[in-house]
Design a protein around this ligand. Structure first.
Ligand code: ADP
Ligand code: MG
Length: 277
């Protein structure tokens, strides 16, 4: 369904997009089940506006599930049921009457495996970020939006002379930055990133980290990473998830990243951040 969103007054030539307005995200006692299998137990986490929160922890402890719950993406993959609340600047994104499409538009997602539309041009890939969210791009201002999003994703200079080439022609790292550009087209208030670098080489990883450092000037970021150096480099806050022997995932500890790495309160956090399991 196509929604009509008022044009920002200061930018008459822009396509119809939501004005950027970074928000705080708050999970309150979030529990999740796949059928009878409980995978998250009362996870509460404050993710401040314009900061980067890193979710760390071993595989299978519910980080991806938690991330998808933060923008109602899990409703697409079926069977997870949920208790608790997710507040975007104090408003529950699960409130009855609040549209699922609104949550996805305000809270964007970038996945582990870059997933641009491979046969679609770079230009159209960026604009697809609008279409995927049911927003019609006015013809005027499309070029500006594409340039703006590719610039923010750190890709503009590399691709500005070949915007008609297909997305699939880019390297893996460039494809991931294209996906970031696509997710920025609707000017999300929060950007969720699920291991965005784990399929990439070290140089591409560094470029994405630079992009994250720039983006946090205007969007709240939550990133899942298995790379402790990366968590230390890019994040302001860290949350350590753990699921011990058949129990559901919990947040063992969270706090400012330097405290989590230099003076963790829980011995399991210390072991994890020091690579001992
Ligand atoms: P992480 O991202 O930390 O590796 P996940 O959120 O992917 O963890 O998985 C947490 C738990 O939920 C695991 O036990 C996993 O097997 C289970 N799980 C994840 N997705 C599904 C699904 N679609 N259906 C059933 N179980 C799932
Ligand atoms: Mg995962």
């Amino acid at each position: 369904m196509t929604e009509t969103i008022p044009l920002p007054a200061a930018a008459p030539n822009r396509p119809r997009t939501v004005a950027a307005s970074p928000a705080t995200l708050e999970a309150e006692a979030v529990s999740a089940w796949f059928g009878d299998h409980k995978v998250l137990d009362r996870v509460s986490l404050h993710m401040p506006a314009l900061e980067v929160t890193a979710l760390i922890g071993p595989s299978g402890c519910g980080k991806s599930t938690f991330l998808r719950i933060l923008n109602r993406m899990h409703e697409l993959i079926g069977s997870a049921s949920l208790a608790g609340r997710v507040l975007l600047d104090g408003e529950d994104i699960y409130d009855r009457g609040r549209r699922i499409t609104r949550a996805r538009r305000e809270i964007g997602m970038v996945f582990q495996k870059p997933n641009p539309f491979p046969a679609m041009s770079l230009y159209d890939n960026v604009l697809a970020g609008l279409k995927l969210n049911g927003i019609k791009a006015a013809r005027d201002g499309r070029d500006d939006l594409v340039e703006e999003c590719l610039t923010k994703a750190g890709l503009w200079r590399e691709v500005k002379d070949r915007l008609r080439q297909p997305g699939g022609a880019l390297s893996g790292g460039q494809q991931q930055r294209l996906c970031i550009a696509r997710s920025l087209a609707v000017r999300p208030r929060v950007l969720l990133m699920d291991e965005p670098c784990s399929a990439l080489d070290p140089t591409s990883t560094r470029r994405i980290e630079e992009t994250i450092a720039d983006l946090k000037e205007e969007v709240t970021i939550v990133i899942v990473t298995h790379n402790m150096q990366q968590a230390a480099r890019v994040s302001d806050h860290c949350a350590f998830f753990l699921a011990e022997q058949g129990t559901p995932g919990v947040v063992v500890e969270h706090g400012p990243t330097d405290e989590m790495f230099n003076s963790p309160q829980d011995s399991r956090t210390a072991d994890y951040v020091n690579g001992r399991f």
